[in-house]
Ligand binder design. Structure first.
Ligand SMILES: C[S@@+](CC[C@H](N)C(=O)[O-])C[C@H]1O[C@@H](n2cnc3c(N)ncnc32)[C@H](O)[C@@H]1O
Length: 202
């Protein structure tokens, strides 16, 4: 399931993406979601802590139609209820802040993140936390197997191209990323965490 609904003629409609409505892409990297929204006339804002990512996104298609904001998603520099649509395709998610800046009714929240997949009530607990902010799950697509395959490929590439990555990020940076990937792979293999796309509404 997905937030988009196919219209006759093949184009997509996305809830909260009507022209003129406001959309936030938090943890945007190069703002793929924000640029797609801007291409539909949505007032899109892309936010990230790394200004270089935002500068790269600005030069990509529809980048000129996006407002690029360097800030920490833990403290969003926006008024409460400012956005009809909030996207966070990133694992550092901050429920209180993402909920605060979304409209209190008629809002959509899209998450692409690490999600409990242990079959022991973890997903319910995850959703309970969002329910405290008024969100209910509208669509859920588990992506654990796809993500695990990706993390394994990344881990293998990191090992195979160690000199390249070490020269670029230093030994500590390289080893930190390798540890992070190894931990993700182990968690996914154990089934104690997974990956999912979720659409919540309120
Ligand atoms: C997995 S990438 C996001 C990918 C992007 N959303 C996309 O769909 O292509 C994670 C991004 O989140 C950013 N990030 C991590 N923690 C953040 C925070 N506390 N506040 C803002 N951005 C953050 C990182 O700089 C990075 O660009």
């Amino acid at each position: 399931m997905w937030a988009g609904r196919r219209r006759r003629g093949g184009s997509w409609s996305v809830r909260g993406w009507r022209p003129g409505e406001a959309m936030l892409d938090a943890g945007a990297f190069v703002g793929a979601a924000a640029r797609a929204a801007a291409g539909r006339g949505v007032r899109a804002v892309a936010l990230d802590v790394v200004p270089d990512f935002l500068a790269a996104g600005r030069a990509m298609s529809h980048g000129a139609g996006v407002a690029w904001v360097t800030a920490d998603a833990r403290r969003l520099p926006f008024a409460s209820g400012a956005f009809a649509s909030v996207w966070c395709l990133e694992s550092s998610i901050f429920p209180r802040e993402l909920s605060r800046v979304a409209r209190t009714t008629g809002a959509t929240l899209c998450l692409g993140c690490e999600a409990p997949a242990d079959g022991r009530g973890g997903l319910e607990a995850f959703l309970d936390e969002w329910a405290e902010y008024g969100w209910r799950l509208a669509a859920h697509r588990p992506l654990t197997l796809e993500a695990l395959a990706t993390w394994r490929r990344c881990e293998a590439e990191l090992v195979a191209r160690r000199p390249h990555f070490e020269a670029r990020y230093g030994s500590r940076g390289y080893l930190r990323q390798l540890d992070h990937l190894a931990a993700l792979v182990a968690m996914y293999e154990r089934g104690s965490a997974g990956h999912a796309l979720m659409v919540l509404e309120r």
